[in-house]
Design a protein around this ligand. Structure first.
Ligand SMILES: NC(=O)c1ccc[n+]([C@@H]2O[C@H](COP(=O)([O-])OP(=O)(O)OC[C@H]3O[C@@H](n4cnc5c(N)ncnc54)[C@H](O)[C@@H]3O)[C@@H](O)[C@H]2O)c1
Ligand SMILES: [Zn+2]
Length: 363
C-alpha cells in the first residue's frame, strides 16, 4: 500500500493505492456518511459498503449533469444532512465528478472522499480536485476545484471491470508516462500484456507511478494556469473525436495522442522511431490510433474548442517520450495533419456521422 499526497489551496488529499473498500470506515470521521455510487457498483459491491445512507445514480456520461446533482441535493435534504456529513463517492469517474461537485457545493461545501473503482478513476478522474458536470451537451462545462480528503484505489475492484474499461484507464496511464516519465513508458512497453491482463502487481505500479506524476503537476499548478494543461495531452483532438464518433473517452484520447505524436514528429520534436514506438504501444494495449469518422465534423468540433485562441489552439506536443510542452498550433496545421498523415481512416464513409451534433468539448 502506498500513499501520495496533494496539498492544494482547495484542500489536502491523501491518496492510498492498494487500500481496500472494506477499510473505508477507518477514513471516515465521526458523524453521518452519505455514499454516492452508481447502480452497477451498488450491485457488485453494495454488500461491502459501510453502514450509511446510499444514493445510487444511473450510469453513463448522460447522467453527469445538473439534473442528477439536483436529485442528490434533494435526497441529502430529505436525509437532513448538515455540515457534519461526509460524502463518499464509490465508483468510476462519473460518480467521482457528481459526488465531488455535490460535496463542494452542498451547504457551500462538506467533507468528501472517494473509493475509485475504475482504472480511469484511479489514475485520473478521482484525483486532482476537478469536479465537473456536463451542461447542454458541453462536457465538464460547470464545476468546481475542491480536493477530496481521501481517495482509496482498491485494485481488487478492478477485477470486475470490462476489458474495454481497462483499456480506457491504460490510455490515461500512457498519457502520464508520455508527458512526464520515459522510464515509466519503457516499463509499460515491457509490461503491456500484464497491464492489459490485470496482473495486479503490474497495475499497482502503474497506478502509483501515474498518480505520482499527476499529483506532482497538481501540486505545482492546481488551477491549471500553466503546467496542468499538459495533462490534456491527447484530449483536445480526443474530445472532438469523442463528440463526433461517440466512442469511449479512453479510445478517443488514444487517437488524440496519436495525432499529437504525429504532429510532434512533423515539427521535429520527436524522432520517427519515437513516433513508431508510441503508436506501437497504443496498439499493443488494444487502443485505436485512428478512426473512421467524418473528418470535416471532427475538424469543425476542434475549431469550436474553447482552448482555441483565435486561429490557433492550445495543444500539447511531445518533446521526446517522457516530456511535453504546450504549444499554440494554427488550425491550418492541424487540418493538414489530419488530412495528410497516416490518419486517412478519418475519411468517413458517406453519411457515417452526418447526424451527430457537435459541441465544443472541454477537458
Ligand atoms: N474530474 C476529473 O479530473 C476527471 C478526469 C478524467 C476523467 N473524468 C471523467 O470521468 C468520467 C469517466 O470515468 P470512468 O471511465 O470511470 O467512467 P464511469 O464512471 O462511467 O465507469 C465506467 C463503467 O464502469 C462501471 N464500473 C465502475 N466500477 C466498476 C467495477 N469495479 N467493476 C465493474 N464495473 C464498474 C460503471 O458503472 C460504468 O458503467 C468521464 O465523465 C470523464 O469526464 C474526470
Ligand atoms: Zn481523460
Amino acid at each position: 500500500m502506498q500513499t501520495i499526497r496533494i496539498k492544494g489551496a482547495t484542500g489536502d488529499s491523501r491518496i492510498v493505492v492498494g487500500e481496500r473498500l472494506a477499510n473505508l470506515p477507518a477514513y471516515l470521521p465521526a458523524g453521518p456518511t452519505v455514499i454516492i455510487t452508481d447502480a452497477n457498483v451498488a450491485r457488485l459491491y453494495g454488500r461491502e459498503f459501510p453502514a450509511a445512507h446510499v444514493i445510487a445514480i444511473g450510469s453513463g456520461e448522460k447522467v453527469k449533469n445538473l439534473d442528477t446533482v439536483r436529485a442528490v441535493y434533494a435526497e441529502l435534504l430529505a436525509q437532513r444532512a448538515d455540515r457534519d456529513v461526509s460524502i463518499v463517492g464509490i465508483g468510476g469517474g462519473i460518480v467521482c465528478d457528481i459526488a465531488g461537485f455535490v460535496a463542494a457545493t452542498y451547504l457551500r461545501g462538506v467533507r468528501c472522499g472517494f473509493v475509485a473503482s475504475t482504472l480511469l478513476a484511479q489514475v485520473d478522474a478521482s484525483i486532482g480536485g476537478k469536479n465537473g458536470v456536463n451542461f447542454e451537451g458541453y462536457k465538464n462545462m460547470v464545476g468546481t476545484f475542491s480536493q477530496p480528503a481521501f481517495v482509496l484505489c482498491d485494485l481488487e475492484m478492478l477485477r470486475t471491470l470490462p476489458v474495454s474499461e481497462v483499456r480506457c484507464g491504460l490510455a490515461e496511464i500512457v498519457k502520464h508516462a508520455a508527458i512526464a516519465d520515459a522510464a515509466m513508458f519503457a516499463g509499460l512497453e515491457r509490461e503491456a500484456e500484464g497491464a492489459l491482463g490485470l496482473d495486479l502487481g503490474v497495475v499497482e505500479r502503474l497506478v502509483h507511478d501515474s498518480l505520482v506524476i499527476k499529483a506532482a503537476i497538481v501540486n505545482r499548478d492546481e488551477k491549471e494556469a500553466g503546467e496542468r494543461r499538459k495533462l490534456n495531452f491527447g484530449h483536445t483532438f480526443g474530445h472532438a473525436v469523442e463528440a463526433v464518433a461517440g466512442i469511449p473517452h479512453g479510445e478517443a484520447v488514444a487517437i488524440g495522442m496519436a495525432l499529437a505524436a504525429v504532429i510532434s514528429q512533423r515539427r521535429g520534436l520527436i524522432a520517427e522511431e519515437e513516433l513508431q514506438r508510441f503508436l506501437r504501444l497504443l496498439q499493443r494495449l488494444g487502443l485505436p490510433t485512428w478512426i473512421q469518422a467524418d473528418r470535416g465534423a471532427v475538424l469543425e468540433a476542434l475549431g469550436k474548442d474553447k482552448k482555441r485562441a483565435g486561429e490557433s489552439i492550445h495543444f500539447v506536443l511531445l518533446e521526446g517520450i517522457g516530456r511535453a510542452r504546450v504549444a499554440e498550433i494554427p488550425l491550418g496545421e492541424l487540418r493538414e495533419a489530419v488530412e495528410t498523415l497516416g490518419l486517412d481512416g478519418l475519411a468517413a464513409p458517406p453519411g457515417a456521422c452526418g447526424e451527430v451534433q457537435i459541441r465544443s468539448p472541454r477537458s
